[in-house]
Design a protein around this ligand. Structure first.
Ligand code: FCB
Length: 443
Protein backbone atom coordinates (compact mmCIF):
# COMPACT_ATOMS: atom_id res chain seq x y z
CA UNK A 1 0.00 0.00 0.00
CA UNK A 2 2.64 2.44 -1.06
CA UNK A 3 1.22 5.83 -2.03
CA UNK A 4 1.88 6.85 -5.62
CA UNK A 5 3.05 10.04 -7.22
CA UNK A 6 2.10 10.04 -10.87
CA UNK A 7 3.96 12.13 -13.40
CA UNK A 8 2.08 15.32 -14.17
CA UNK A 9 0.03 15.08 -17.33
CA UNK A 10 1.67 17.57 -19.61
CA UNK A 11 -0.96 17.30 -22.30
CA UNK A 12 -3.79 18.73 -20.27
CA UNK A 13 -1.71 21.79 -19.68
CA UNK A 14 -1.45 24.43 -17.87
CA UNK A 15 -1.75 28.10 -18.58
CA UNK A 16 -5.31 27.68 -17.49
CA UNK A 17 -7.21 29.42 -14.82
CA UNK A 18 -10.08 27.95 -12.85
CA UNK A 19 -13.38 29.61 -12.01
CA UNK A 20 -11.84 31.94 -9.49
CA UNK A 21 -9.20 32.85 -12.05
CA UNK A 22 -6.60 31.03 -10.03
CA UNK A 23 -3.63 29.41 -11.72
CA UNK A 24 -4.50 25.76 -12.21
CA UNK A 25 -1.68 23.20 -11.97
CA UNK A 26 -1.51 19.93 -13.90
CA UNK A 27 -3.45 16.97 -12.53
CA UNK A 28 -1.21 14.86 -10.27
CA UNK A 29 1.04 17.81 -9.50
CA UNK A 30 2.41 17.05 -6.05
CA UNK A 31 2.23 19.60 -3.22
CA UNK A 32 4.53 18.88 -0.32
CA UNK A 33 6.60 20.32 2.45
CA UNK A 34 10.11 19.70 3.81
CA UNK A 35 12.35 19.53 6.87
CA UNK A 36 15.83 18.21 7.70
CA UNK A 37 16.96 16.13 10.72
CA UNK A 38 19.41 18.54 12.36
CA UNK A 39 16.93 21.38 12.00
CA UNK A 40 13.89 19.72 13.55
CA UNK A 41 14.62 16.44 15.31
CA UNK A 42 16.66 17.38 18.40
CA UNK A 43 18.57 14.86 20.54
CA UNK A 44 21.09 14.52 17.75
CA UNK A 45 24.78 13.66 18.12
CA UNK A 46 26.57 14.89 15.03
CA UNK A 47 29.07 17.60 14.11
CA UNK A 48 26.43 20.29 14.85
CA UNK A 49 25.77 19.21 18.44
CA UNK A 50 28.35 21.49 20.04
CA UNK A 51 27.68 24.42 17.76
CA UNK A 52 26.16 27.66 19.01
CA UNK A 53 24.33 29.74 16.46
CA UNK A 54 24.45 33.52 16.12
CA UNK A 55 21.31 33.91 18.23
CA UNK A 56 22.74 31.70 21.00
CA UNK A 57 20.61 28.69 20.00
CA UNK A 58 21.74 25.11 19.45
CA UNK A 59 20.16 22.03 17.91
CA UNK A 60 19.87 19.96 21.13
CA UNK A 61 16.08 20.08 21.25
CA UNK A 62 15.15 21.88 18.01
CA UNK A 63 11.43 21.14 17.40
CA UNK A 64 11.68 17.85 19.31
CA UNK A 65 10.39 16.21 16.16
CA UNK A 66 12.39 13.15 17.26
CA UNK A 67 9.59 12.47 19.77
CA UNK A 68 6.76 14.47 18.25
CA UNK A 69 6.71 13.22 14.68
CA UNK A 70 3.20 11.73 15.04
CA UNK A 71 1.87 15.18 15.88
CA UNK A 72 3.88 16.77 13.05
CA UNK A 73 2.41 14.28 10.60
CA UNK A 74 -1.03 15.35 11.85
CA UNK A 75 -0.08 18.93 10.96
CA UNK A 76 0.78 17.76 7.46
CA UNK A 77 -2.60 16.10 7.22
CA UNK A 78 -4.21 19.40 8.25
CA UNK A 79 -2.23 21.15 5.53
CA UNK A 80 -3.36 18.56 3.01
CA UNK A 81 0.12 17.96 1.60
CA UNK A 82 0.62 14.78 -0.38
CA UNK A 83 4.40 14.52 -0.04
CA UNK A 84 7.05 15.09 2.61
CA UNK A 85 10.74 15.68 1.90
CA UNK A 86 12.41 14.40 5.07
CA UNK A 87 15.95 13.51 5.96
CA UNK A 88 17.32 10.39 7.57
CA UNK A 89 20.24 11.15 9.84
CA UNK A 90 23.40 9.15 9.15
CA UNK A 91 24.81 9.62 12.66
CA UNK A 92 21.78 7.89 14.19
CA UNK A 93 22.12 4.80 12.07
CA UNK A 94 25.82 3.99 12.06
CA UNK A 95 28.28 4.30 14.91
CA UNK A 96 31.37 3.73 12.75
CA UNK A 97 32.23 3.33 9.08
CA UNK A 98 30.71 0.14 7.65
CA UNK A 99 28.88 -0.66 10.92
CA UNK A 100 25.49 -2.37 10.80
CA UNK A 101 22.47 -0.06 11.00
CA UNK A 102 21.15 0.71 14.47
CA UNK A 103 17.94 -1.30 14.82
CA UNK A 104 16.16 0.99 17.27
CA UNK A 105 16.73 4.09 15.18
CA UNK A 106 15.75 2.25 12.03
CA UNK A 107 12.48 1.16 13.63
CA UNK A 108 11.72 4.76 14.53
CA UNK A 109 12.25 5.94 10.93
CA UNK A 110 10.13 3.02 9.71
CA UNK A 111 7.38 4.13 12.05
CA UNK A 112 7.50 7.63 10.52
CA UNK A 113 7.29 6.14 7.02
CA UNK A 114 4.41 3.85 8.01
CA UNK A 115 2.45 6.71 9.54
CA UNK A 116 3.05 8.82 6.44
CA UNK A 117 1.71 5.99 4.31
CA UNK A 118 -1.45 5.75 6.41
CA UNK A 119 -1.83 9.52 6.04
CA UNK A 120 -1.49 9.24 2.24
CA UNK A 121 1.74 11.27 2.24
CA UNK A 122 4.58 10.10 -0.01
CA UNK A 123 8.07 10.46 1.44
CA UNK A 124 11.02 11.79 -0.50
CA UNK A 125 14.02 10.74 1.59
CA UNK A 126 17.10 12.99 1.72
CA UNK A 127 20.30 11.11 2.40
CA UNK A 128 22.67 13.99 3.15
CA UNK A 129 21.48 17.36 4.40
CA UNK A 130 24.46 19.38 5.69
CA UNK A 131 25.36 17.00 8.53
CA UNK A 132 27.89 14.24 9.15
CA UNK A 133 28.59 11.86 12.02
CA UNK A 134 31.50 13.00 14.20
CA UNK A 135 33.62 10.06 13.04
CA UNK A 136 33.31 11.32 9.46
CA UNK A 137 34.26 14.92 10.35
CA UNK A 138 37.18 13.67 12.46
CA UNK A 139 38.59 11.96 9.38
CA UNK A 140 38.47 14.92 7.03
CA UNK A 141 34.79 14.83 6.11
CA UNK A 142 34.08 15.14 2.39
CA UNK A 143 37.68 16.10 1.64
CA UNK A 144 38.60 12.50 2.31
CA UNK A 145 37.81 10.11 -0.54
CA UNK A 146 37.22 7.37 2.03
CA UNK A 147 34.02 9.21 3.02
CA UNK A 148 32.57 8.30 -0.37
CA UNK A 149 32.95 4.56 0.30
CA UNK A 150 31.61 4.92 3.85
CA UNK A 151 28.57 6.86 2.67
CA UNK A 152 27.86 4.46 -0.17
CA UNK A 153 27.99 1.58 2.33
CA UNK A 154 25.54 3.37 4.63
CA UNK A 155 23.15 4.17 1.79
CA UNK A 156 23.31 0.64 0.40
CA UNK A 157 22.26 -0.75 3.79
CA UNK A 158 19.61 1.92 4.28
CA UNK A 159 18.09 1.53 0.82
CA UNK A 160 17.93 -2.25 1.28
CA UNK A 161 16.18 -1.77 4.64
CA UNK A 162 13.69 0.76 3.27
CA UNK A 163 13.01 -0.41 -0.25
CA UNK A 164 9.58 -1.56 0.88
CA UNK A 165 8.72 1.90 2.13
CA UNK A 166 10.56 4.45 -0.01
CA UNK A 167 10.42 5.10 -3.73
CA UNK A 168 11.88 8.61 -4.06
CA UNK A 169 15.43 9.31 -2.93
CA UNK A 170 17.17 12.67 -2.78
CA UNK A 171 20.90 11.99 -2.47
CA UNK A 172 22.53 15.33 -1.58
CA UNK A 173 20.97 18.58 -0.51
CA UNK A 174 22.67 21.63 -2.05
CA UNK A 175 26.27 20.46 -2.42
CA UNK A 176 27.38 24.00 -3.31
CA UNK A 177 25.82 25.55 -0.20
CA UNK A 178 27.41 22.83 1.90
CA UNK A 179 30.86 23.14 0.31
CA UNK A 180 30.89 26.94 0.48
CA UNK A 181 29.60 27.21 4.05
CA UNK A 182 32.13 24.62 5.25
CA UNK A 183 35.25 25.72 3.33
CA UNK A 184 34.69 29.20 1.88
CA UNK A 185 32.81 31.29 4.40
CA UNK A 186 33.50 29.12 7.45
CA UNK A 187 29.98 29.01 8.87
CA UNK A 188 29.34 25.24 8.93
CA UNK A 189 31.58 22.66 10.63
CA UNK A 190 34.59 22.47 10.20
CA UNK A 191 34.45 26.31 9.80
CA UNK A 192 37.27 26.86 7.30
CA UNK A 193 37.61 29.97 5.17
CA UNK A 194 38.69 30.59 1.59
CA UNK A 195 39.84 27.02 0.86
CA UNK A 196 38.95 27.03 -2.80
CA UNK A 197 40.58 23.71 -3.54
CA UNK A 198 38.59 22.11 -0.73
CA UNK A 199 35.35 23.53 -2.12
CA UNK A 200 35.95 21.79 -5.44
CA UNK A 201 37.12 18.54 -3.79
CA UNK A 202 33.96 18.31 -1.68
CA UNK A 203 31.75 18.76 -4.74
CA UNK A 204 33.71 16.17 -6.72
CA UNK A 205 33.51 13.62 -3.91
CA UNK A 206 29.81 14.19 -3.40
CA UNK A 207 29.18 13.90 -7.13
CA UNK A 208 31.13 10.62 -7.19
CA UNK A 209 29.02 9.29 -4.32
CA UNK A 210 25.85 10.48 -6.05
CA UNK A 211 26.70 8.52 -9.17
CA UNK A 212 27.31 5.30 -7.24
CA UNK A 213 24.21 5.72 -5.09
CA UNK A 214 22.00 6.32 -8.12
CA UNK A 215 23.23 3.07 -9.66
CA UNK A 216 22.68 1.10 -6.46
CA UNK A 217 19.24 2.50 -5.72
CA UNK A 218 18.04 2.02 -9.28
CA UNK A 219 19.33 -1.52 -9.34
CA UNK A 220 17.68 -2.28 -6.00
CA UNK A 221 14.29 -0.84 -6.99
CA UNK A 222 11.38 -0.28 -4.63
CA UNK A 223 8.24 -2.19 -3.74
CA UNK A 224 6.38 1.12 -3.95
CA UNK A 225 6.77 1.59 -7.69
CA UNK A 226 9.32 3.05 -10.10
CA UNK A 227 12.31 4.39 -8.23
CA UNK A 228 13.20 8.06 -8.53
CA UNK A 229 16.58 9.43 -7.52
CA UNK A 230 18.21 12.82 -7.85
CA UNK A 231 20.13 15.50 -5.94
CA UNK A 232 18.96 19.00 -5.03
CA UNK A 233 20.67 21.98 -6.57
CA UNK A 234 20.33 25.32 -4.91
CA UNK A 235 20.01 27.72 -7.83
CA UNK A 236 21.04 31.30 -7.07
CA UNK A 237 21.25 34.01 -9.71
CA UNK A 238 24.42 36.06 -9.23
CA UNK A 239 24.37 39.53 -10.74
CA UNK A 240 26.19 42.86 -10.45
CA UNK A 241 24.02 45.53 -8.83
CA UNK A 242 25.34 48.11 -11.31
CA UNK A 243 25.71 46.52 -14.71
CA UNK A 244 28.67 48.75 -15.50
CA UNK A 245 30.77 47.66 -12.53
CA UNK A 246 33.53 45.35 -13.88
CA UNK A 247 34.52 43.94 -10.47
CA UNK A 248 30.99 43.08 -9.48
CA UNK A 249 30.47 41.64 -12.91
CA UNK A 250 33.54 39.45 -12.55
CA UNK A 251 32.51 38.32 -9.07
CA UNK A 252 29.01 37.41 -10.26
CA UNK A 253 30.42 35.50 -13.21
CA UNK A 254 32.93 33.63 -11.01
CA UNK A 255 30.19 32.76 -8.49
CA UNK A 256 27.95 31.49 -11.25
CA UNK A 257 30.79 29.37 -12.65
CA UNK A 258 31.70 27.83 -9.28
CA UNK A 259 28.29 27.44 -7.64
CA UNK A 260 26.04 26.74 -10.60
CA UNK A 261 27.97 25.56 -13.66
CA UNK A 262 30.64 23.48 -11.94
CA UNK A 263 28.13 21.75 -9.67
CA UNK A 264 25.72 20.91 -12.47
CA UNK A 265 28.55 19.60 -14.60
CA UNK A 266 29.91 17.48 -11.75
CA UNK A 267 26.54 15.90 -10.95
CA UNK A 268 24.88 15.81 -14.34
CA UNK A 269 27.59 16.21 -16.96
CA UNK A 270 28.54 13.58 -19.50
CA UNK A 271 27.69 10.01 -18.52
CA UNK A 272 26.46 11.24 -15.14
CA UNK A 273 23.33 12.68 -16.71
CA UNK A 274 21.87 9.21 -17.10
CA UNK A 275 22.32 8.42 -13.39
CA UNK A 276 19.60 10.70 -11.98
CA UNK A 277 15.93 10.30 -12.80
CA UNK A 278 15.09 13.84 -11.69
CA UNK A 279 16.61 17.15 -10.69
CA UNK A 280 15.68 18.77 -7.40
CA UNK A 281 15.70 22.55 -7.55
CA UNK A 282 15.92 24.61 -4.36
CA UNK A 283 15.09 28.12 -5.34
CA UNK A 284 15.10 31.16 -3.07
CA UNK A 285 16.24 34.08 -5.19
CA UNK A 286 19.34 35.97 -6.15
CA UNK A 287 22.47 37.66 -4.87
CA UNK A 288 23.56 40.96 -6.35
CA UNK A 289 27.03 42.35 -5.70
CA UNK A 290 27.82 45.99 -5.02
CA UNK A 291 31.43 47.02 -4.33
CA UNK A 292 32.14 43.28 -4.18
CA UNK A 293 29.68 42.84 -1.29
CA UNK A 294 26.63 40.59 -1.57
CA UNK A 295 23.52 42.72 -0.97
CA UNK A 296 21.69 40.41 1.39
CA UNK A 297 20.58 40.69 5.04
CA UNK A 298 22.63 37.66 6.10
CA UNK A 299 25.82 39.51 5.12
CA UNK A 300 25.03 42.32 7.55
CA UNK A 301 23.04 44.69 5.34
CA UNK A 302 20.19 46.44 7.11
CA UNK A 303 16.81 45.62 5.71
CA UNK A 304 15.79 49.28 5.36
CA UNK A 305 18.96 50.11 3.45
CA UNK A 306 18.31 47.26 1.04
CA UNK A 307 14.68 48.31 0.56
CA UNK A 308 15.84 51.83 -0.31
CA UNK A 309 18.06 50.36 -3.01
CA UNK A 310 15.18 48.37 -4.43
CA UNK A 311 16.52 45.06 -3.14
CA UNK A 312 13.48 43.18 -1.83
CA UNK A 313 14.48 40.56 0.71
CA UNK A 314 13.07 38.21 3.29
CA UNK A 315 15.30 37.82 6.36
CA UNK A 316 17.84 35.86 4.29
CA UNK A 317 18.01 36.59 0.57
CA UNK A 318 16.85 38.85 -2.22
CA UNK A 319 13.57 37.67 -3.69
CA UNK A 320 13.52 37.13 -7.42
CA UNK A 321 10.41 35.23 -8.49
CA UNK A 322 11.00 35.75 -12.21
CA UNK A 323 14.19 33.77 -11.76
CA UNK A 324 12.22 30.68 -10.73
CA UNK A 325 10.81 30.49 -14.25
CA UNK A 326 14.19 31.06 -15.86
CA UNK A 327 16.01 28.54 -13.70
CA UNK A 328 13.40 25.89 -14.48
CA UNK A 329 13.52 26.50 -18.20
CA UNK A 330 17.30 26.46 -18.18
CA UNK A 331 17.43 23.14 -16.35
CA UNK A 332 14.76 21.69 -18.60
CA UNK A 333 16.58 22.71 -21.77
CA UNK A 334 19.97 21.63 -20.57
CA UNK A 335 19.12 18.26 -19.00
CA UNK A 336 15.60 17.33 -20.07
CA UNK A 337 14.82 15.53 -16.81
CA UNK A 338 11.72 15.80 -14.63
CA UNK A 339 12.14 18.44 -11.94
CA UNK A 340 10.86 18.83 -8.40
CA UNK A 341 11.07 22.14 -6.58
CA UNK A 342 12.51 20.49 -3.49
CA UNK A 343 12.61 23.77 -1.55
CA UNK A 344 11.19 27.23 -1.75
CA UNK A 345 10.17 29.40 1.16
CA UNK A 346 10.57 32.78 2.81
CA UNK A 347 11.79 33.66 6.30
CA UNK A 348 9.86 36.51 7.84
CA UNK A 349 7.48 37.31 10.65
CA UNK A 350 5.50 39.34 8.14
CA UNK A 351 2.95 36.84 6.88
CA UNK A 352 1.71 39.18 4.16
CA UNK A 353 5.19 39.37 2.73
CA UNK A 354 5.41 35.59 2.74
CA UNK A 355 2.03 35.29 1.10
CA UNK A 356 3.12 37.61 -1.66
CA UNK A 357 6.37 35.73 -2.07
CA UNK A 358 4.54 32.41 -2.36
CA UNK A 359 2.03 33.71 -4.88
CA UNK A 360 4.69 35.29 -7.08
CA UNK A 361 6.89 32.24 -7.05
CA UNK A 362 4.00 29.91 -7.79
CA UNK A 363 2.97 32.17 -10.66
CA UNK A 364 6.53 31.90 -12.03
CA UNK A 365 6.43 28.14 -11.59
CA UNK A 366 3.09 28.01 -13.41
CA UNK A 367 4.53 30.02 -16.31
CA UNK A 368 7.52 27.68 -16.52
CA UNK A 369 5.24 24.64 -16.68
CA UNK A 370 3.20 26.35 -19.37
CA UNK A 371 6.40 26.88 -21.35
CA UNK A 372 7.32 23.21 -21.18
CA UNK A 373 9.21 22.66 -17.91
CA UNK A 374 8.33 19.16 -16.67
CA UNK A 375 7.90 20.05 -13.01
CA UNK A 376 6.32 17.27 -10.96
CA UNK A 377 5.95 18.85 -7.54
CA UNK A 378 6.68 21.65 -5.08
CA UNK A 379 7.89 21.26 -1.48
CA UNK A 380 7.46 24.31 0.72
CA UNK A 381 10.38 25.02 3.03
CA UNK A 382 9.49 24.41 5.75
CA UNK A 383 6.80 22.51 7.61
CA UNK A 384 7.96 24.00 10.94
CA UNK A 385 9.85 26.99 12.21
CA UNK A 386 13.19 25.39 12.98
CA UNK A 387 16.91 25.59 13.68
CA UNK A 388 18.27 27.54 10.73
CA UNK A 389 21.92 26.46 10.96
CA UNK A 390 24.30 29.38 11.72
CA UNK A 391 21.33 31.70 12.40
CA UNK A 392 19.57 29.54 14.97
CA UNK A 393 15.87 30.03 15.64
CA UNK A 394 15.56 33.60 14.41
CA UNK A 395 14.54 32.77 10.82
CA UNK A 396 10.87 31.88 10.58
CA UNK A 397 10.31 29.63 7.59
CA UNK A 398 7.48 27.49 8.97
CA UNK A 399 3.99 26.92 7.65
CA UNK A 400 3.45 25.87 11.25
CA UNK A 401 4.73 28.12 14.03
CA UNK A 402 6.77 26.62 16.84
CA UNK A 403 6.96 28.70 20.03
CA UNK A 404 10.56 28.12 21.12
CA UNK A 405 10.09 30.32 24.19
CA UNK A 406 7.74 27.72 25.65
CA UNK A 407 9.37 24.47 26.79
CA UNK A 408 6.39 22.55 25.47
CA UNK A 409 7.19 23.83 21.96
CA UNK A 410 3.53 24.34 21.01
CA UNK A 411 2.70 24.35 17.29
CA UNK A 412 0.17 26.61 15.59
CA UNK A 413 -0.93 26.96 11.97
CA UNK A 414 0.22 30.28 10.50
CA UNK A 415 -1.69 32.41 8.01
CA UNK A 416 0.57 31.09 5.27
CA UNK A 417 -0.28 27.54 6.35
CA UNK A 418 -3.95 28.27 5.68
CA UNK A 419 -3.11 29.71 2.28
CA UNK A 420 -0.92 26.76 1.37
CA UNK A 421 -3.65 24.38 2.50
CA UNK A 422 -5.96 25.96 -0.04
CA UNK A 423 -3.30 25.65 -2.76
CA UNK A 424 -2.96 21.93 -1.97
CA UNK A 425 -6.73 21.38 -1.84
CA UNK A 426 -7.49 23.17 -5.10
CA UNK A 427 -4.30 22.31 -6.97
CA UNK A 428 -4.19 25.95 -7.92
CA UNK A 429 -2.48 29.13 -6.80
CA UNK A 430 -4.06 32.53 -6.34
CA UNK A 431 -2.79 35.03 -8.89
CA UNK A 432 -0.46 37.66 -7.42
CA UNK A 433 -2.42 40.89 -7.01
CA UNK A 434 0.40 43.37 -7.26
CA UNK A 435 3.24 43.91 -9.69
CA UNK A 436 6.16 41.54 -9.20
CA UNK A 437 8.78 42.24 -6.50
CA UNK A 438 11.53 42.72 -9.03
CA UNK A 439 11.85 43.49 -12.66
CA UNK A 440 12.27 40.52 -14.97
CA UNK A 441 15.56 38.70 -14.60
CA UNK A 442 18.39 39.78 -16.79
CA UNK A 443 19.69 36.35 -17.48
C1 FCB B 1 18.45 25.71 2.23
C2 FCB B 1 18.67 24.50 3.12
C3 FCB B 1 17.64 24.34 4.20
C4 FCB B 1 17.30 25.66 4.83
C5 FCB B 1 16.89 26.65 3.76
C6 FCB B 1 16.46 27.99 4.30
O1 FCB B 1 19.65 26.12 1.69
O2 FCB B 1 18.68 23.35 2.33
O3 FCB B 1 18.13 23.43 5.14
O4 FCB B 1 18.37 26.11 5.56
O5 FCB B 1 17.97 26.85 2.89
Amino acid sequence: MCSKLEPSDKRTVHQETNNHSNLQFPPNFVWGTATSPTQVEGRIANEWTNFTARDGGNCHVACDNYHRYPEDIEWMVKLGVKAYRMGIEWSRLQSAPFAPLDETELVRYCDILDRLKIAGITPMVVLHHFSNPDWISANGGWLNRATVAAFVDYVTKLAAALRGRVRIWNTFNEPDTYASCTYLIGEFPPFRKWRFKSFFTVIRNMAGAHLKICEIIRRMGSDCGPVEVGFSKNWTFFQPFHKASPWDHALAAASHAAFNRFVLRSFLGGRRKGASTFIGLNYYGRVRFRHCQPLIPTFGHAHEALVKMGVVCDDMFERHPAGMELALLKLQQQFNLPIYITEHGAASTDEEFRERDLKENLAALHRAIGRGADVRGFFYWSLLDNFEWQFGYSKKFGLIEVDFSDQKLPRKMKKLGHIYRQVCAENSAPKPERPAFNHPAQS
